[in-house]
Design a protein around this ligand. Structure first.
Ligand code: ZN
Length: 148
């Protein structure tokens, strides 16, 4: 599988989609249950479909995700594709996040966060701001577990 493989997760795999983005994979989440829609989008954007549906997994460029458990799902992803660069994509909307000047986001984060952190990133699409707080550490621990 190529380094730049892009993915699209079916409606059953919302959590997996978020985690794949955190790991740096270009991953869309298809909220609707219709198979035509996800097949169309996957073909148009050359994305590999990740699905819990056996019927959908019959199609070319679709892979059946075997487990309901996130950890086991991630194990399967790890076998499919080398892990990309973690913390480069917005987990909410899949856009690439960018470093921002601290001053720029002063109004957008709680004051104590602004005081103790110096490095912030922002999603240019949905505006979400990221910093290496306690939530980050939790996610980092899980990512280390997945990528080890
Ligand atoms: Zn975003």
């Amino acid at each position: 599988m190529s380094e730049s493989q892009k993915f699209i997760c079916d409606f059953m795999l919302g959590r997996l989609a978020k985690w794949m983005r955190l790991l740096g994979f270009d991953t869309l989440y298809h909220r609707d249950t219709d198979e035509v829609g996800i097949l169309h989008q996957a073909r148009k954007e050359k994305r590999m479909i990740l699905t819990r549906s056996r019927a959908l997994a019959e199609y070319e460029n679709a892979i059946l995700i075997k487990s309901e458990q996130l950890d086991e799902q991630m194990e399967q992803i790890k076998e499919l594709s080398p892990i990309k660069t973690p913390f480069t994509r917005c987990p909410e909307c899949n856009s690439k996040i960018e470093c921002v000047d601290k001053e720029e986001i002063r109004e957008d984060v709680p004051e104590y966060i602004y005081k103790v952190h110096n490095n912030f990133k922002k999603c240019p699409c949905c505006g979400r701001i990221f910093w290496k707080g306690s939530h980050y550490k939790e996610i980092k621990r899980k990512i280390d577990e997945i990528t080890k």
